[in-house]
Design a binder for this molecule. Sequence first.
Ligand code: G6P
Length: 487
Amino acid sequence: MASPVAPQVLVAANRGPLSYALAADGTLSARRGGGGLVSGLSAALAAQPEALWICAALSDADREAVRRGVAEPGVRMLDIDPAVYDDAYNGIANSVLWFTHHHLYDVPREPVFDAGFRRRWASYTAYNRAFAEALAEEAAEGARVLVQDYHLALVPGQLRELRPDLRIAHFTHTPWASREFLEMLPDDIRSELVWGMLGADLVGFHTWAWAHSFMAGAHLDDERGIAEPLFPAGTGGERYIRKNPSGPVRHKRTDVAVFALGVDADDLRALAHRPEVDDKLAGLRAEVGDRRTIVRVDRTELSKNILRGLLAYRELLTVHPEWRGRVVHLASAYPSRQDLKVYRDYTESVRELAEEINAEFGTEDWQPVLVSVQDDFARSLAAYRLADVALINPVRDGMNLVAKEIPVVSEAGCALVLSTGAGAYAELRADALTVNPYDVTATAEALHTALTMPEAERAERTKRLAASATALPPAAWFTAQLEALRG
Ligand code: G6P
C-alpha cells in the first residue's frame, strides 16, 4: 500500500513526456515524445505538479535510464521485458487495436487471429498488468487514476481488482471501432477488452462519434450478457451497469463521457515564437518566396491519408494550372512506428509520390512539394506560422490536434481543409472546408477554394476556428475529468 506522500492523481500512458537517446560516449539525453497524447498530457500536467505519470521504457536508451536511476520528477518509467513489450506495443496495440479502431485492414488478407496472435495477446495482458501493479503500488488511498489509450485497455479492470478504493478513468485518444470492425476480434478477446474498459468509473473520448461506437460495441456484448445500458445511447447520460457484478470485481457502473481536447493559445504561441522557430521560419521563407503555402504535419501514419493528400495536390496542379509556380506544399511527415513494415513501406510511398510530383511539375526555380521526413517540431511550428492553407484529411482520427494548432499560430490567417474522418470535425466543421477523405477530386477542389478564399473571409474563419480550438485547453480538459471522477 502507498506511503503517506503517495500521489492523489496518477496518469498511465505507454509513452512518457520524454524519451532518451544514448550517445556513443554513453551520455543520455532526453527529448520530447511525439503525437497528440504527449502534447496534450504534458501541457495538462504542467498544472499538476504533484501528479505521477507512469509510462513504459520504449527503447534500450530508456531502459538504460531506468537502470541508472535517471528520471524526471513526477515520471516513473517501467522497464518491461523487451520481448513482452514488443509483442504488446507492435504486435497488439499498433497492429491489431490501432488497425481495428481506424478501420485500416486490407480485409482479404487481414486480420488473422491465430496461435501467434494469442501469444501476443498474453504479452499485452502482462504489459497491462505491469502498469496496473505499478499504479496499485504508487497510488494514495482513494486516489484518482487516469489511464490513457488503447495500449492500456485492460488496466482499469485489472487495477480495480487490486485497488477497489481508487477512482479510475480511461481516456481513448483514438476513434473507437465501429461495431463491424470490433466484431472481427475473437469473442473472448473482445469481451476482455470491453470488460477491461468497463472496469473504469469513467470512460472518455474526444467526440461523441467515438463514444457512441464504444457504446454500440458494449451493446454488442450485451447480447452476450456483458453490459447493460442504463440509458439508450445518444441521450447524453450514458451509463453502463454490469450485468454480472459477482466475483472479485465489485464495480458496477461506468459513465461514458466526451472531453474534447483543445490547445492552449498562449503556450502554443510562445512555443511558436522561440528563436529556434524564427530561424526555421527564415529558412522556409527563403525556399518558398512569395508563393502561397499548403501545410500539413503528421506522423507517417496510415490513417493520416498523406498519399491521397498528395494525389489531391497533384490534381490541383493538373486541373488548375494557374497554381503552378505559385504554391508550395510543405509536408512534415515524421517517422513513426518504423518497426512495422507496413509503416516503413508507407513512408517510402509518401517520399516516392512527392518525388514524382516534383519531377512532373517542378522547374528550375520551383519545387512543388517540400517533404520533411524527420521529427522537427520547430520546423513544424514555423510551417504553421507560414500556412495559407492547412490540409488535414485523415481517414479516421481520434482528434487531430494539428487541425486545432494551425489556426491559432498561422500569421496570414489560414483556410482549413478538413476531412469528415477527423475527431476535430465535430467542433471545426462550420468554419472549415470539409471533404470526404477518399474523394481526391473533392479535396483538390477544396484546396483550390481555400487558395482563392477572399482574405477577409479567411481571417474571419481563422478567428472562429481558433476560438473553437481553444475552448478546452489541456489543463481544463484534465481537470474536467478529475472533477467527473470525483462524482
Ligand atoms: C496517437 C496515440 C498515442 C500515441 C501517438 C504516437 O496519438 O493516440 O497514444 O502516443 O499516436 O504514437 P507512438 O506509437 O509513437 O506513441
